[in-house]
Design a protein around this ligand. Structure first.
Ligand code: G
Ligand code: G
Ligand code: MN
Ligand code: NA
Length: 248
């Protein structure tokens, strides 16, 4: 099957849907700070497809641009009903930042749905490096608007540190391989990233936390927020909303 050729129709016919994975505070009561939005494709013939099955082809064909817009609209319209303190992380592609009107699109959607820009963190990875020049200008426009940025899968890429140097971000998300590492091996990476985050005044979030032991260790290293199966799996919006405090 040629998923690339089917994507335009899938977006048009709303075959995409979102799951939300809670991001919790590691200290105290582990309250829900927000969620990461994760896209899925309810394919009529193949069942539910994970992003790994269609995001790469969307990036190659350029369909990622309308796909990201679909995701942004779906997330922002949903979260307009959430308590104002609830934040969201949305994965975008570096390809999106090459669209000169991307910042305007985001600004328009935020205004349309009455969502404060500071509640939105856009996650970027190193898989498609952010190019200097126009992409950086778009990123700066978004930051001027008040939108935040996170470096996803932090620690796994070959250009992690130079990217951090070149691109202004607010948050690093420690890759789950480091969150889950035993104390005697790659714990040093988790510790190093925590120190780096503190030195650069970045918010450090640990991904893929699966055990109480990992959570305690990461909290001790200075991670104040985390995500992982220990706390909650990605879930439908309504289930996530049931975890939020009631709005006044
Ligand atoms: O949800 P899952 O574990 O299958 O996610 C796999 C990968 O797909 C992750 O790296 C995640 O960042 C990426 N991903 C999930 N949702 C989106 C999305 O809406 N847009 C983009 N560009 N990537 C996404
Ligand atoms: O690349 P990114 O970090 O955006 O990928 C997020 C994906 O990681 C989610 O789609 C989810 O399926 C997966 N994930 C979230 N928590 C855990 C976890 O605790 N363990 C594992 N193995 N995967 C997780
Ligand atoms: Mn992510
Ligand atoms: Na990602």
């Amino acid at each position: 099957a040629d998923l690339g050729a089917e994507l335009p129709g899938a977006i048009r016919d709303d075959q995409l849907f979102l799951l939300f994975q809670p991001i919790v505070a590691l200290d105290g009561d582990r309250r829900v700070l927000g969620a990461e939005a994760l896209v899925r494709w309810a394919h009529p013939a193949h069942g539910t497809l994970a992003p790994d099955a269609f995001i790469p082809v969307a990036e190659r064909t350029g369909m990622i641009v309308p796909l990201s817009r679909w995701v942004l609209r779906a997330v922002l319209s949903r979260m307009s009903a959430w308590p104002a303190g609830t934040a969201v992380n949305i994965n975008i592609s570096a390809r999106d930042l090459r669209e000169p009107d991307f910042a305007e699109t985001v600004a328009g959607l935020l205004a349309e749905h009455g969502v404060a820009p500071g509640r939105v963190t856009l996650e970027i990875t190193e898989s498609m490096p952010v190019e200097p020049g126009e992409s950086l200008a778009v990123l700066r426009d978004l930051r001027d608007l008040g939108v935040k940025f996170a470096l996803d899968d932090f620690g796994t890429g070959s250009s992690t540190l130079s990217l951090l140097h070149d691109v202004p971000v607010d948050e690093v998300k420690l890759d789950r391989s480091f969150s889950q590492a035993a104390p005697d091996d790659r714990l040093t990476v988790a510790a190093g990233v925590a120190h780096l985050a503190q030195a650069m005044s970045l918010h450090a979030v640990a991904e893929g936390v699966e055990t109480e032991e990992q959570a305690e260790r990461l909290r001790g290293l200075g991670y104040r927020a985390a995500q992982g199966y220990l706390f909650a799996r990605p879930m439908p919006a309504a289930d996530f909303e049931a975890m939020l405090p009631l709005t006044s």
